[in-house]
Design a protein around this ligand. Structure first.
Ligand code: PLP
Length: 370
């Protein structure tokens, strides 16, 4: 249905296609939800820390009818201590998705533009379009960000650059030194007129030697916002909580457009508990590393080209991805088509438990042999 009274830039939006929920597939195909595996939304196959679960049970029992702390004091204090930045540099979000929206609300409108890479996280396009701003999409190099080209693509009207590192849906990673150099060059050419939003949603899956001290970068660069999430390695995707680090001038702008109660009581509490459970994070990292090798080696055995991953998912080229996806769904396996990201021959597969990965590889080998 075409709503012609809406602005043209809103009518032009193709809505976000989320990974199919297990219950939806069960309803559509008459399958038993207990036998469905979902490797579609880059969630943590371990769920979340038992410590979070216990805290949630206790909190539910004593839940009051009050709004959450609009300023998220306790969680922001914990994050401030964890990163060594003042509390006034932290903004909480309803997932890190919220912070992408806040940045676009604060910085974009008609007559401005945002720069991002081709095959980048879909929400960069959506939040740019929603503001009526122009988007400048820069071609990738070997599925990864071409930072020199992105630097050159920044136009007179550009106000925001979105950069995911590692990137979704390709799983590629640009070395920290190159990103830092990019930030310095954006600053040197454009001062604080252009803000770079560095989205490190998958940082916890990087080898420790590949990670950077983003708080230090935020201290150094007044035109930088770093966004992080509790949805991936911390396993809190269903709770919805993420945060941004930025200098006070930018943080102030984000807070002007933020809903006052954007992070629920339970989400704030869960994030605080999750931060304390470093064992869970280590277990998540180890499991992911093992699963990544299992999938990548399995794809290689099947003769499938894949993009070497730095994340908790692998982008694999299967040929007719729509057909393979349908065949997987019939077998109760949900992965992520990426045709909307301009990749009609690929599927994005979240790394699951070893048995789930094995089931996916077995199903793929049967489907491709048929
Ligand atoms: C690169 C990237 N950024 C941000 C997000 C948003 O996640 P959330 O809103 O759950 O924090 C995602 C989710 O898949 C992502 O892949």
């Amino acid at each position: 249905m075409r709503q012609t009274f809406a602005p043209a830039h809103i009518q032009a939006i193709a809505p976000y296609q989320a990974g199919k929920p297990i219950e939806e597939l069960a309803r559509e195909f008459g399958l038993d939800p207990a036998h469905i595996i979902k490797l579609a939304s880059n969630e943590n196959p371990l769920g979340c820390s038992a410590r979070v679960r216990d805290a949630l049970v206790q909190a539910a029992a004593s839940l009051q009818g009050r709004y959450p702390d609009a300023n998220g004091f306790d969680l922001k204090s914990d994050l401030s201590a964890a990163h060594g930045v003042p509390v006034s540099w932290v903004t909480l979000g309803n997932g890190s998705n919220d912070l992408l929206e806040l940045a676009s609300l604060a910085l974009l409108d008609e007559g401005t533009s945002a720069v991002y890479s081709d095959h980048a996280f879909m929400v960069y396009r959506l939040s740019t379009q929603a503001r009526g701003a122009r988007h400048i999409k820069v071609p990738t190099k070997n599925y990864g960000h071409d930072l020199p080209a992105m630097l050159d693509a920044i136009a007179e009207d550009t106000r925001l650059v979105f950069l995911a590192n590692p990137n979704n849906p390709t799983g590629t990673h640009v070395q920290a030194s190159e990103v830092k150099n990019f930030l310095a060059q954006v600053g040197a050419r454009h001062g604080t007129r252009v803000t770079v939003l560095l989205d490190v949603a998958y940082d916890e899956y990087l080898h420790p030697s590949e990670r950077a001290d983003y708080a230090q970068w935020v201290r150094e660069f007044p035109h930088l916002i770093v966004t992080r999430t509790f949805s991936k390695a911390y396993g809190l995707a269903g709770l919805r909580v993420g945060y941004a680090l930025a200098q006070p001038a930018v943080t102030d702008l984000l807070n002007r457009v933020r809903q006052p109660f954007n992070v629920s009581v339970l989400a704030q509490l869960s994030a605080r508990e999750a931060l304390k459970d470093t064992d869970f994070l280590a277990q998540t990292y180890a499991l992911n590393l093992e699963g990544r090798s299992q999938l990548e080696e399995g794809f290689a055995r099947l003769g499938l080209e894949y993009v070497p991953s730095h994340t908790n998912f692998v982008l694999v080229r299967v040929g007719d991805a729509a057909k393979v996806n349908t065949a997987l769904l019939h077998r109760g396996i949900i992965v992520r088509p990426v045709v909307g990201d301009g990749l009609p021959e690929h599927l994005r597969v979240t790394i699951g438990l070893p048995a789930e990965n094995a089931q996916l590889l077995q199903a793929l080998s049967e489907i491709l042999a048929a």
